[in-house]
Structures are given as structure tokens and as C-alpha cells.
Design a protein around this ligand. Sequence first.
Ligand code: KIV
Ligand code: NA
Length: 264
Amino acid sequence: MSNITLHTLSARKQAGEKFAVLTAYDATFAHQVSSAGIEMILVGDSLGMVLQGQDSTLPVTVEEMAYHTASVARGNQGAMIMADLPFMSYATPEQAMESAATLMQAGAHIVKLEGGDWLCESVSLLAERGVPVCAHLGLTPQAVNKLGGYRVQGRDKHSALKMLEDAKRLEQAGASMLLLECVPSLLAEEITRNVDIPVIGIGAGPHTDAQVLVMHDMLGVTTGRIPKFVKNFMADADSVQEAFRQYGEQVRNGQFPAEEHGFE
Ligand code: KIV
Ligand code: NA
């Protein structure tokens, strides 16, 4: 498989073809995920919870993200690698550039930051300097204390309109992708239609351009409650690699997620 780039994934959106994203945090799983044809690997700060056992993503540092990004890059077979900028590592545009430099030098191809239109200046500066950015909207777990818990966002008219406006502004500022977490399916569909950049969803219904899941969740390897938007791909697979392959296939052919995995 030749290397997946931003160009590949933008062309998929224009062609109306979906793509799959999965988290991985180490070389061996990165090898398996990319060999299974998953287009993009997310080195998510969810590693704070799934690998470190923290009860939020807030304790994760840039150095930890760089360590896992470098590990993933060594195992990767041609997928595009996205790495999360962790909590408070992009509070100012200067910090954003310094933190992004560390992750790009570790092997990321694109960085992800959480927030709305306040991110526009950082997004522009990064894009101008050659760093593609994905803006994460909706449920932004680094803001869990402000949000008052892990809850669906954009349910009322005001916050839905604000999210749509933020999405357009971030695209204008130079964002290369958007990620929507836990937003009503209809709102996610509306946002996806109103921007030209690829929109990745998680708990955002079936109408986004791409989907992402945390690997441990889709393998059924968890310690707690399974969110509604997760599907266990080990149920019909006889190997982990086959579960990854089926996930990619079901995202591309529109079988996953179904309406039942989304929110109204
Ligand atoms: O950290 C992560 O894994 C994420 C996804 C849940 C979108 O940001
Ligand atoms: Na994250």
C-alpha cells in the first residue's frame, strides 16, 4: 500500500468515499492496524486512560505523546499518523508551535487540538509553517471539568449553531480536518456538508466522512462501561488483524456506524 497523505483523504471526501481511523500507541499495533488497510492511525491522548489508567486525559504530557508517536511511526506501514497535542500544550500559539514541532519530529503527519474558534490563530500559524491540523469539536475530553462530565454536546440550538460556525471558521483558518465527538447525528451531518475538509466522527452518527474508535474499545478490551457508539469487532473475527480489517471495511461501506450508534 502506498503512503496515505492528506491529499488522499481530501480526495476521498470529494469522491464521497469514507475512510477509517483507529487509535494505536505502539509499534506492533501500528503495524497491524496499517497492514489491515486502516487509512489513519490516531496516537490519541486517550492513552492516558487506556495505557496509564488515569481517570482523564489531563495528566498526559507532550513527552509521553512524542514517545508513543515515535513508537507508532516505527511500526507504521503507510497509514497517515495523527497525534494529539495534550492538555495545556497549546494554550498559546507559541506553545502550540513548540508542542507541534516535538510531535511532528517524533513522526506525526498531522496534529489534533481540542477547541473552537479560539484555536484559529494557532491553526493558521501551524498551517502556514507546514503543520496540518485537525480541530476536535463537540465533546472535548481535555475540557471535561468545564463541561461537567463526558456528555453529548450541541444538543440545543444555540450550541449547535456555535459548533457549525466554529467548524467553518476553523476551516477558513487553515484546518485540514475536523473531528466531531459525541454530537447529534443530524448536527454532524450538517457540519460535514458545510465544510470541504474531511470530518471524522466518533459518536457522531453515520454521516461524517470518516470514523474513529479507540482500539481497546473495538476489541472489547475494557475495564469499564462501553459507550453506545462502540461496536465490538472481535465478535465476528478470529484474529485482531481480522477485526481491524472488518472495521475498515464496515466504515468504508457505510455498515458502521449504524443510526443506533449515534445520538439524536
Ligand atoms: O484520544 C483519543 O483517542 C481521541 C479519540 C477518542 C477521538 O481523541
Ligand atoms: Na484525544
